[in-house]
Design a protein around this ligand. Structure first.
Ligand code: GDP
Ligand code: ZN
Length: 357
């Protein structure tokens, strides 16, 4: 997929002398890379086994449209035409190498998906990570007991962002309670992959490594479930890499923004948990919600009335019918209702009082 850099070309680029010549020569030799870290003025871009410290070219070209058939996700608003592109970790970019480890970003390629945080103060979205292949949603079988309502929220959010998920129930060495066994069966029946892992006895870790291999993933979940412990076994050299980034950008890790992608020994990348502590804030519209619960999706279009509230006793509500027929569990329904209420609350018109004169 990526162009290979020919070492002779690189040597010639270095020998080219003037910046203008470099540029003219370099344009023809752009390579595709992955943004693995960013600081306010720098980007670290991985391409062909090298991490290039890059700056963006003065003005970035607009992302090209991505009609590739395998990419069914709609382009996110961030890369829609006529909007500025803010480069995020996980973006694929085209760079011109300007030296063995330096380069300039020419273009940001279209995103497949993005994990964003709503920034209410500027009414904009801040993309924390782009092109996420897999979101591993980590819970513990106990200590703390899994909050399945939170899992449902994460699942709906990933459905909305069109990010594939992997559900992890960690600390399996502590033993599965009947409700957890039920949950494992439920989420599997919904089509979600579920893994039982233990950092303590190592079970499930090989399978986890296999699932993460070659992909760009992140681990998220509530605190205390073992995310850091998992990161430590998956990324034995994570600490070292973090130090390298700080050195390369000449700034502390605390000044880098967004997620930091760390290379997995098996290939692929894993986002550090510090960068994405919580999965992005909810931003799906109420209308979209029935489509984000996979068991409601087949009937999401079937309510008799356009403005169906899906409330108790609502006439001709296809979602309520699904609940009555047992196609969605009462617990999942409660999760759905709660998210629906929240979405409606957010969408309620706001009346701004006129300012006093
Ligand atoms: P985080 O907050 O999600 O990053 O969780 P930590 O990795 O800090 O782990 C929280 C606690 O759970 C620590 O005391 C870990 O030692 C413990 N822990 C992590 N993984 C396991 C596991 O697989 N089994 C058991 N029994 N304890 C674990
Ligand atoms: Zn309805």
């Amino acid at each position: 997929m990526r162009e290979k850099t020919d070492p002779h070309d690189e040597a010639r680029t270095r020998a080219a002398g003037t910046a203008g010549a470099k540029e003219a020569f370099g344009r023809a030799h752009v390579v595709e890379g992955l943004v693995v870290a960013l600081a306010p003025d720098f980007f670290e871009v991985y391409a062909d086994g090298v991490i290039y410290l890059c700056r963006a070219r003065g003005r970035l070209r607009k992302a090209r449209p991505a009609p590739a058939p395998s990419r069914q996700a709609a382009p996110t608003p961030d890369v829609a035409p006529e909007r500025p592109v803010r480069i995020a970790t996980g973006d694929r970019v085209l760079i011109t190498p300007l030296g063995p480890t330096e380069g300039v970003i020419e273009e940001v390629l279209p995103r497949r998906n993005a994990l964003s945080r709503a920034r209410s103060e500027v009414e904009a979205e801040h993309v924390m990570m782009a092109n996420v292949d897999l979101a591993a949603l980590v819970f513990a079988v106990r200590e703390p007991a899994p909050r399945l309502d939170l899992l449902d929220r994460y699942l709906a959010l990933c459905e909305h962002a069109q990010i594939p998920v992997l559900i992890l129930f960690n600390k399996s060495d502590l033993g599965l309670t009947p409700p957890v066994e039920e949950a494992v069966a439920l989420y599997r029946s919904l089509g979600y992959p579920v893994l039982l892992t233990s950092v303590r006895d190592g079970s499930g870790l090989d399978e986890l490594r296999k699932r993460l291999s070659g992909r760009t993933s992140l681990l998220t979940g509530p605190s205390g479930v073992g995310k850091s412990s998992l990161m430590n076994v998956l990324l034995p050299e994570a600490g070292q890499r973090t130090a390298e980034v700080s050195e390369a950008t000449g700034q502390g890790r605390h000044t880098t923004t967004g997620a930091l992608l760390l290379p997995l020994p098996e290939g692929g990348w894993l986002a550090d948990t510090a960068g994405i502590r919580e999965l992005a804030l909810w931003n799906a519209p109420a209308d979209a919600l029935p489509y984000l619960f996979v068991e409601l999706r087949p009937v999401a279009d079937d309510c008799e009335y356009e403005d169906c509230s899906h409330g108790d006793g609502e006439e001709g509500c296809a979602l309520r019918a699904a609940l009555e027929e047992g196609r969605i569990t009462p617990a999942r329904w409660v999760s759905f209702e709660r998210l629906l209420e929240e979405a409606r609350e957010r969408e309620r018109p706001v009346w701004h009082a006129p300012a006093h004169r």
